[in-house]
Every structure is written in structure tokens, then in C-alpha cells.
Design a protein around this ligand. Sequence first.
Ligand code: PMP
Length: 354
Amino acid sequence: MSRFISSKFNSLTPYTPGEQPQERKYIKLNTNESPFPPSPMAQRLARQSAGDLQLYSDPECKALVKIASQKLRIAEDEILFTNGSDEILNFAFSAFCDKDNPAVFANITYGFYKVFAEYNGVPYSEIPLKDDFTLDINDYIGINKTVFIANPNAPTGIALSKGEIERIVSSNKNNVVIVDEAYVDFGGESCTDLIHKYDNLLVCQTFSKSRSLAGGRLGFGVGCKELIADLNTIKYSTNPYNVNRMTMSAGIGALCDDKYFVTNCKKIKDTRKYTEEKLKELGFVMTDSKANFIFAKHSKIGGKELYLALKEKGVLIRHFETELLKDYNRITIGSDEQMQAFIDILKGVLEEMI
Ligand code: PMP
């Protein structure tokens, strides 16, 4: 740290992204990326846009907004695209939290919420999940704070039903409830249509997982037009050209190629089921994941030991050092071939370790 850093940031602990190793080729099951390349249509449109990169991108993302609004059956002023969904989440912390409206989220959830709260200087509290990692919605009914809920949750993959989310939203009419649906396409129930019933609901989604565009950085939020206008105030005060031309075009391609999207989501769900069965046979217990990852622990081996042993053998999974999560690892669902290789290597590792 230099002696020049503002005092408002000198105790900020930044988010630690999952490893992106460049030196060795791993079977990479650690950052919930899709194992499938972007849709051919997305790739083609992005390539075409490369020739126009001398021009700024459309700050209103009009072409993308038009298609997304048709697909989601919402008005064009009810959606805002951002540089990954991390950006819309950050905007939501800036726009909707302050000392009178502190943020609240689960103690085990997406680790970035805490960082966004600290970065924006807003007070926040964390509500413990139950011992089985499920969330008790009663903890959030009428809480009168700005609620952030990942649904399905990370890193557990456990999902709340749409009815449960609706109860939280309807009981907090004077606060915004932000539902982060980064993993919803792998088995969760989306709440996007509830934005027409509740003016305090913001639903965020990403193209990073089910639409294979993690490297393109594209996310969005949907909510009533007044909420979206507030978020636009933050966007136009920080980075109006937050979505670049190639990503915008790739996003259009990804949205138009429904068949590719539906097929890939189904493949991930089928492979998740297969992998869960194999892990159970090998002595793992796991949460009921509706996401593109499995959150699992072995009764005889610590999470870190297993993570390190697999890394040594060329398989990367995600380990969290915190006390509540340290027995577990999060394993992204890759292609069938990747998961078979993972299971074969895991069997060898378990034989050596037990
Ligand atoms: N929400 C959750 C729950 C996530 O796990 C992630 C990805 N790490 C994000 C949001 C952000 O993803 P992106 O910025 O790639 O859209």
C-alpha cells in the first residue's frame, strides 16, 4: 500500500477471485465457467464487431436491450446491461444502501457482497444460514434493510422457491430486494416476471455461466423503470461505455441462439446428476445444488487436503479457507469428459489418502 491511498480504502479487503493459472493446463473446475465455447452465432457477431472498435460502444446498448426485452417480456426501460453482473451488484450497493438502509445478506453467500458493502462504505449485517446451509426466510420477513440474496446461493447451490422470494419482497415494501440469479438457468426458478408486481425488486443475471461468456463480461439487472433509472445514474457517473462493442454483439448472438443455450443447460444438469451419484459412491456428502457446481465434503478428508492433492494431479477445484466452509470444496460441472477425468483422478487420490 502506498502512503497516498485514501483513508476510506486503507482497510478494504478486496475480493479474491478463483485461480486463473496460466503456467499449467488444469482440468479447471474452480470458477463456475461453462465448459462449452460461446454459441457460434455469438462468436461470429463478436468478430464482425471487431472491425468497428475504433468507435465507442452504444452507451444505451439499444440493440441488445431490444432483444432482451422481447425475450424477457419486459419494457426496454426495465433492463440495464453491465460489465458482468458484478457491476450491477456494485451499482445496487451504491444506489440502494446507506446508513438508513443498511445491506443485509447471508453469512454464507457470494463473497463479493461484503466487499461491495465495504467499498461503498455502507453498513451491512450477515444473517447465519441454518446448519444445513439452508436459508430461513423468516429471518428476512419485514427486515427493513436492503436485502441481497443469491438464488441459487453460492457456494452451496441451494435455491429458494419463487414463492419464498416473493414473501421476502412483499414484506419489505420500503426497501429494495436484490435477487442475484447468476446460476438460475441450471435449475432455479427465476423471479424476473415479479418486477411488474413489485417496485422494490431488482433481479440480476449474468451471461458468464449458462451463456458461456465469462470472458466477455456481460450481466444485467431487471426492475421497474424507476429502479433502472437510479442504476443508470450510477452508471453514467462512472462508466457510460461499460459494455464494449464485441461483448454487446456476442450477447445478441447468445440471446438469439436459444437452442444452444437450452442444450448446454440440460447437459450441465445431466452431468451434475451423474457426478453427484459418483461422488456419493465415493463417500461424499453434498448440498442439493441447483447450480453449475457441487458443494461437497468427504467424511475422512479435509477440504484443503483434497483440494491440494487434486491440484497436484492437475485438477483445480475451489477451496474456501473460512471456518464454516473449510471441510467442503466447490466443484464446477465441466464437460462429461472433464468430469470423468476428475472422478478417475479423485478415485486415485482417495485410495492414496484413506
Ligand atoms: N453472483 C454470483 C452468486 C456469482 O457467483 C458470480 C460469479 N462469481 C457473480 C454474481 C458475478 O458474475 P459475473 O460478474 O461474471 O457476471
